[in-house]
Design a protein around this ligand. Structure first.
Ligand code: PEP
Ligand code: MN
Length: 368
């Protein structure tokens, strides 16, 4: 099933994911129309995307065709019936897109990162009825992403979706932009009504990981995908390595397995409930043990205070990290997880020690 009207598109009730596809950039009228025709023929894509104004990392590279590209998108819609979407980065872009009947606007990652720009764009949308998709900011800052969404909401836009396109990081990774799934998952927890889409193209930066990332997003109950698609990816003027042909897009979409988010099957439900009960019990145990561990941290704080010793002793911390990582790995817990876990446990321990040492809060006496 494909979705045909902008109003019904951004909903959590979709039974098949919403698919947005099209080139990173509109380059020529022929490239745009050829790509759109081939995409429309898949009968699986609802919205045609194309970047018209391209904010590139460095000046001098291809920076988009500009306003003429909007005319080409009008032709796409007239000829194929696909809805159209463009990235807007300032008020002028918004006005042109609205004048030319573009169906969806999206804010790019660099724009979301800048509340000045988001605010100006939001104000220019007062009284307008157009769905707006908001990509995550380049940096891994959930509040910044939510802030952009809230600014657009405050302007009266009711159809809003979030697009997860990964986060820039200085470390080398297999991804162009690390997915950091925990951020969009937390966004979903804080804004449960907001449809969430994934842009695997900008997460991956190449086409080989695309399917896995797209499938992961669908397994996490995302409502849709935005996938960069070009009729001749090797000749693309921007993001050439990550774009797929319409035919490869079709193959990818066919392979995606759509699982149900819940089922009525009684046996499944009772097993699920049993496992969840066990998880609840284990979480209780974890919290109880953590509380006892922090009690120990306060006891150490008291002891150090009595003997005039510093809180942080680096050799001990090193020993903990190495020992716990090794123990975790023996139990199939990843070293990254163990390190993160013990970093926050250690932080909380220091906080408890400090309460005793610096703030002079005495250890709570045990109940008689
Ligand atoms: C794009 O969609 O082509 C784009 C520029 O994406 P992002 O804002 O995610 O970098
Ligand atoms: Mn791109």
């Amino acid at each position: 099933m494909i979705h045909k009207t902008p109003a019904s598109i951004l909903s959590q009730e979709l039974t098949t994911p919403l698919v947005i596809a099209g080139p990173c950039s509109a380059e020529t009228e022929e490239q745009v129309l050829r790509t759109a025709r081939e995409i429309a023929a898949l009968n699986r894509v609802s919205i045609f995307r194309a970047g018209i104004w391209k904010p590139r990392t460095r000046p001098g590279s291809f920076e988009g065709v500009g306003s003429i590209g909007i005319e080409w998108l009008k032709n796409v819609k007239a000829e194929t019936g696909l809805l159209t979407a463009v990235e807007v980065a300032n008020v002028k872009h918004v006005q042109e897109a609205l004048q030319h009947g573009i169906d969806f606007l999206w804010l790019g990652a660099r724009t979301t990162a800048n509340p000045f720009s988001v605010q100006e764009i939001a104000e220019s949308l007062q009284g307008v009825k157009i769905p707006v998709l908001i990509k995550n900011p380049v940096n891994a800052d959930l509040d910044l992403w939510m802030g952009a969404i809230e600014r657009v909401q405050k302007a009266g836009i009711t159809k809003i979706g979030a697009i997860h396109r990964g986060f820039s990081s200085y470390d080398k990774s297999q991804y162009r932009n690390k997915p950091m799934w925990e951020l969009p998952i937390e966004l979903k927890r804080r804004m449960p009504e907001l449809p969430l889409l994934c842009d695997p193209s900008h997460i991956c930066g190449t086409t080989d990981l695309l399917f896995n990332v797209a499938q992961t997003a669908i397994d996490l109950d995302y409502q849709g995908l935005m996938i960069e698609t070009h009729c001749d990816p090797f000749a693309a003027l921007s993001d050439a390595k990550q774009q797929v042909t319409p035919s490869d897009l079709g193959k990818l979409l066919e392979r995606i397995i759509i699982r149900k988010s819940s089922v009525e099957d009684k046996k499944f439900l009772s097993t699920l409930e049993d496992i969840r009960d066990k998880i609840d019990e284990l979480d209780n145990d974890l919290i109880r043990l953590l509380a006892i561990r922090m009690e120990m941290a306060r006891a150490i704080g008291q002891n150090k205070k009595n003997s005039g010793v510093t809180i942080l002793q680096n050799s001990r911390w090193n020993e903990i990290v190495q020992d716990r990582t090794k123990q975790g790995m023996e139990k199939q817990l990843s070293p990254e997880f163990m390190l993160k876990l013990f970093e926050i446990i250690h932080q909380e321990s220091i906080h408890h020690q400090k309460q005793v040492m610096v703030n002079g809060i005495e250890m709570k006496k045990k109940n008689k």
